[in-house]
Design a binder for this molecule. Structure first.
Ligand code: FES
Ligand code: FES
Length: 160
């Protein structure tokens, strides 16, 4: 159904008229130009399209845009603040966890959601939380190293 949808996107209010059944992934990419949101499988299988909705990781290929009405959406484009990279972004660079980079936005936002909501930030817990996020370059060890380093930094223990 064509109607107006309002939500907060990367800290700014957004209103757009669209078919509210369209996939959030394609609205973000094609209507709003946020191509950091990647199309991988389109079937909830890879995590490339992961964004944050009200702070929780959501696979944007699986939900209609009407799902975010009145909610707060964060994509990779909005993660850095005032020109300062988020600790996860910095750690991914420092640890060489970005190869082709296709999975990186989804990986970082999934990790954001995990780090914000978990007390156990050990490697096993990180592996469990990131299960199902696919990296076609096979950079899993470096990705885990980066998430661990960011976790240490964010919890005040210093990056390792
Ligand atoms: S594109 Fe959404 S899970 Fe793969
Ligand atoms: S860095 Fe290439 S898919 Fe993960």
């Amino acid at each position: 159904m064509e109607r107006s949808i309002r939500f907060t996107l990367n800290r700014r209010p957004v209103e757009l008229a669209t078919d509210d059944g369209r996939t959030l992934l394609w609205v973000l990419r094609t209507d709003l130009g946020l191509t950091g949101v990647k199309y991988g499988c389109g079937k909830n299988q890879c995590g490339a399209c992961t964004i944050l909705v009200d702070g929780r990781a959501v696979r944007s290929c699986t939900v209609p845009v009407k799902y975010v009405e009145g909610k707060t959406v964060l994509t990779i484009e909005g993660l850095a603040e005032n020109g300062t990279l988020h600790p996860l972004q910095k750690a991914f660079i420092d640890k060489g966890a970005v190869q082709c980079g296709f999975c990186t936005p989804g990986m970082i936002l999934k990790a954001c959601s995990f780090l914000a909501g978990s007390e156990n930030l050990g490697r096993e817990a990180i592996i469990e939380s990131m299960d199902g996020e696919i990296c076609r370059c096979g950079s899993y060890n470096r990705i885990l190293d980066a998430i661990q380093a960011a976790a240490a930094l964010m919890k005040g223990g210093g990056a390792s």
